[in-house]
Design a protein around this ligand. Structure first.
Ligand code: GCW
Length: 709
């Protein structure tokens, strides 16, 4: 291992007393190249089963890591023209053989790129891909590859109270800002192993930023006491290229914790100097402690959170007010579009576009179009509802051509089995990123690049900046994510954030090789389990496009009969079950939501004859007797889908049992136990839903089909 000048670019320590907790297995590094070197020492040593020395000079069979700036050897081995197209984050990994002298060089234009290349190299090695003739290079398609971390809300991994590392513990947040009593001795700036394990995991797939607190934001994270801890965390994560942001509450300036620097409610006017100066002051404090602080994530006028609408302004006014406050500091505002104010339209799915679209279309005094500021990113969930296991793509993708837009994916499995069900989300994200928006340009012609992924990476509509956000699933469980297979979702998110054109199967295969086994039988079986797991979950929970049937208490089990104070939270609002059929009519003769899509999709979704069957009930109220493509009538098909979903889970359980010889005993048993619960809960979904539909159609469960209940 040759890493010249590894300690060259020290990451400045702002926190004097930063240190690892006693007895830690991880250690702090001071630079990104030191991180790369240590990954190689650990990774090569582990994979080869013997220590691999760090050396100077240019020994035979060296792995050389660096940049042309850090390493004269890299300068000699890699022509400058090969590095030029790699940008700041791209890397190359090459095996070279000169005069009988063999080496592998890992290089990029920045230290961080060299670290990314190091992980890519280790990945190849661990997955047993051949190294001979190796010549790979990779450049991310998206600039900002971020996680949002919601602390304890919707976090299904971790065990705070007992520290036993069990899989089903309390929802323990990974970064502890609030420890009190005896455990306060382990509070930040004391760095726990798991912070660095998380940092290494994130960097290994190219994630480069994290918003550390819930979007239902507690203003504590803006107080001096919290900023001191955030600075420590930022220092520890910085060598891995992970930058920090925080979520804020729009009304934070009124919070008494900031007294005497507080504003009145009336002073939250986004155009006022008072409001903007307040945010500039906070942002300055953060930047003083965290020089590379990224900015703020904002959930405003959504689910009870305050926002500019409380003062009669719109989302554009609010986002731009905050953006103006932080622009001089080079920061960004990530403003979420997850809004569904009931006054806007009876159909919840229509509301976000009705609020945001006109701002994007608005002509500006300088002749340009679109009011959102350049340092605003709108952060939009993949679908128009709320992270369901299958949704059509959100119509905002493609429709907001004058605004920076980030896609937000939910890695944590709120609606996809939480900590119990094995559900690999790669296929869900691949489906949305590769779905065609049929977006047209100013001339009315279809854009050449118009998949959702092209919209997100900026190539569809010529946006130079780009971002993707995953709502993270790690907690303080021993394995970070609780369910062993939930790690695959963090992994897949990172790989797709780097290159959304990758396919979910290839990513699953890599992950299985890195995580479980390189044996053919194991790889084939586990990849097969994973690849069908999401479609199975759709089938036994919400087949044929019937949306959101979750009970409100925990969003885990079913309650299709539930009717809540807010109708748009109620399963009955989505299923619209009656004696005629099932599903929400959003066609031109229904709510008209389909008109928010570009014409090709509007026509396709608007017509029950042409809508894809897997989205059927998102757009239509489907008669029980309607003939579907299988030849079965809708009711029979529906029951069949519930059945196939459950059968798949039973198959996964048996398939896992066959893997016992290939998997270590502890993890084998833990997954086995999860699958048993998974199977029972999938059956409960099927039975609860089918019985409830029967109350409306009075029909028996078809018994002549291949899979009678
Ligand atoms: O899906 C819903 C979740 C909320 C979440 C909200 C959001 C953090 O149930 O827990 O709030 O989405 O995305 O803001």
């Amino acid at each position: 291992i040759v890493v010249e000048n590894a300690g060259r670019t020290k990451v400045h320590r702002h926190t004097a007393n930063l240190g690892m907790a006693p007895g830690s297995a991880e250690h702090l590094v001071e630079s990104t190249l030191e991180a790369a070197r240590d990954e190689l020492v650990r990774g090569l040593g582990g994979l080869l089963g013997r220590p691999v020395p760090v050396r100077g000079g240019f020994p035979d069979r060296a792995v050389v890591v660096g940049t042309p700036d850090s390493s004269p050897l890299v300068r000699r081995l890699v022509p400058a023209r090969d590095l030029a197209p790699l940008g700041p984050d791209g890397y190359l990994v090459r095996s070279l053989s000169r005069g009988g002298h063999r080496s592998i060089v890992i290089a990029g234009n920045t230290d961080l790129a060299a670290l990314y290349g190091t992980f890519a190299f280790l990945r190849r090695l661990q997955a047993q891909h051949p190294l001979a003739g190796l010549d790979l290079s990779s450049v991310p398609r998206i600039n900002h590859r971020y996680l949002n971390y919601w602390e304890t809300e919707r976090l299904y991994a971790g065990n705070n109270a007992t520290g036993t590392g069990g899989l089903d513990g309390e929802n323990g947040a990974i970064f502890d800002f609030t420890a009190t009593g005896a455990s306060a001795a382990l509070n930040l700036p004391v760095i726990l192993d798991r912070y660095l394990v998380a940092a290494r995991a994130m960097a290994s797939v190219g994630i480069n930023g994290i918003t550390i607190n819930n979007v239902n934001a507690n203003s504590f994270y803006l107080t001096p006491a919290a900023i001191e801890q955030e600075a420590a965390l930022a220092d520890a994560l910085r060598p891995y290229g992970i930058r920090l942001a925080v979520s804020i509450n729009y009304a934070a300036p009124t919070d008494a914790r900031f007294a005497p620097d507080t504003l009145t409610r009336e002073e939250l006017d986004p155009y006022s100097a008072k409001f903007r100066d307040w945010w500039t002051r906070r942002a300055r404090m953060l930047q003083a402690a965290i020089p590379d602080f990224m900015g703020f994530t904002v959930k405003a006028n959504s689910e009870g959170q305050p926002g500019p609408q409380d003062l009669g302004y719109d989302h554009g006014d609010g986002a731009n007010g905050m953006a103006a406050a932080v622009a001089p500091l080079g920061m960004r505002i990530f403003w979420r579009t997850f809004v569904y104010n009931a006054d806007v339209d009876a159909d919840r799915l229509k509301r976000a576009y009705l609020e945001f679209g006109p701002i994007d279309d608005e002509p500006q005094p300088d002749g340009t179009i679109g009011r959102f500021a350049g340092n605003v990113f709108l952060q939009t969930k993949n679908g128009p509802l709320d992270y369901q296991a299958r949704e059509p793509a959100n119509p905002l993708f493609g429709r907001m051509e004058h605004t920076n837009q980030a896609i937000e994916l939910q890695v944590t499995q709120e609606y996809t089995g939480q900590n119990t069900m094995l559900c690999y989300l790669g296929p869900l994200w691949e489906e949305v990123l590769k779905s065609d928006t049929y977006a047209t340009g100013a001339d009315g012609r279809l854009l050449a690049k118009r998949l959702v992924g092209h919209v997100v990476d900026g190539t569809a509509q010529g946006h130079p900046d780009s971002a993707i956000v995953g709502v993270a699933n790690f907690g303080n469980a021993g394995n970070l994510t609780g369910h062993h297979f939930a790690q695959a979702n963090l992994y897949a998110f990172g790989r797709l954030a780097w290159d959304w054109t990758l396919d979910a199967r290839g990513i699953a295969e890599d992950w299985v090789r890195l995580t479980w086994s390189n044996r053919d039988f194991a790889v084939r079986t586990i990849v097969a389990m994973m690849m069908g797991s999401r479609e199975a979950l759709v089938s036994y929970q919400t087949p044929l496009g019937v949306a959101h049937q979750f009970r409100s208490s925990d969003h885990y089990g079913p309650n299709p009969a539930e009717r809540l104070a807010r109708d748009d939270w109620s399963p009955v609002y989505y299923n619209k079950a009656d004696s005629a059929g099932l599903g929400y009519d959003r066609s031109p003769t229904g709510s008209g939501f389909t008109a928010q899509y570009f014409p090709v999709l509007a026509a396709r979704y608007g017509d029950i004859e042409t809508v894809p069957e897997n989205l059927l009930m998102w757009f239509h109220h489907v008669p029980w007797d309607r003939k579907l493509r299988s030849g079965r009538i809708f009711w029979d098909e529906l029951v069949y889908r519930y059945q196939t979903g459950v059968h798949y889970v039973s198959w996964m359980r048996r398939a896992w049992d066959a893997l016992e010889p290939h998997v270590d005993a502890r993890r084998f048993a833990e997954v086995k136990a999860k699958l048993a619960a998974h199977e029972a809960d999938a059956g409960a979904w099927r039975d609860t839903c089918v019985r409830y539909w029967q109350e409306f159609n009075g029909r028996a469960v078809p018994t002549n089909g291949p899979l009678a209940i």
